[in-house]
Design a binder for this molecule. Structure first.
Ligand SMILES: CC(C)(COP(=O)(O)OP(=O)(O)OC[C@H]1O[C@@H](n2cnc3c(N)ncnc32)[C@H](O)[C@@H]1OP(=O)(O)O)[C@@H](O)C(=O)NCCC(=O)NCCS
Length: 175
């Protein structure tokens, strides 16, 4: 592909739910550092969540990442609380791009579009993302998308029988 990939984000529609279900059951689709698939599979189905709010709640949501109009992944967010009031709430992003669409700038552009979308549609001041210290692709994508590397969160995530360090990134509304 030449030039910038045509990346867009859009809301999930009922016609997308089967695809999301397939991705959720596909170990190749998620992060090699995820390891939470069995736990994720026990959560409510996409259909149940879609019936409640179309996967766009007040504090959490999921958008489809499209390449030339075709869905190739998802970007989701959930709240992280740094104090008891609403102003102290950040939104933490997670992303998964289908293996066939990786390495062509889609993850970078999607994570840039995500903070633009969240700053436009919510009052949040901080959009953040954390990723395994060994997930080089995600670190590069976040840096190219305009997130600031803040440091390493030591021993944060317990997977495969031991603790893992995460790198923390953020984008602020006024960055
Ligand atoms: C991480 C992910 C979102 C990045 O998206 P992507 O579309 O593949 O990334 P981009 O094409 O925008 O590339 C970003 C940079 O990472 C580099 N990169 C891509 N894959 C790489 C890999 N396996 N190892 C090292 N660098 C890699 C790219 O070359 C690019 O850097 P460059 O411009 O200096 O060449 C995507 O690979 C993915 O969905 N992975 C599985 C799920 C995951 O890890 N999610 C994040 C968990 S927190």
């Amino acid at each position: 592909m030449t030039g910038q990939p045509q990346v867009t984000l859009r809301a999930v529609g009922p016609e997308d739910l089967a695809l999301l279900g397939r991705w959720r059951n596909d170990t190749e689709h998620g992060s090699a550092f995820g390891d939470f698939l069995p736990m994720i599979r026990r959560q409510n189905s996409y259909q149940e969540r879609w019936d409640v709010n179309g996967l766009l709640g007040e504090d959490e949501g999921t958008l489809l990442v499209c390449l030339s109009g075709e869905p190739v992944g998802t970007i989701s967010w959930h709240p992280v609380h740094y104090g008891p009031n609403r102003g102290s709430q950040a939104l933490n992003l997670g992303i998964a791009i289908a293996p066939g669409a990786r390495g062509q700038g889609v993850g970078t552009l999607a994570q840039r579009l995500a903070y633009e979308w969240l700053f436009r549609h919510t009052t949040v001041n901080r959009v953040e993302a954390s990723t395994d210290v060994e997930n080089v692709a995600e670190q590069k994508a976040l840096e190219k998308a305009g997130y600031t590397r803040e440091g390493v969160l030591r021993g944060t995530q317990f997977r495969r029988g031991h603790w893992h360090d995460l790198v923390q990134y953020s984008r602020l509304r006024n960055d």
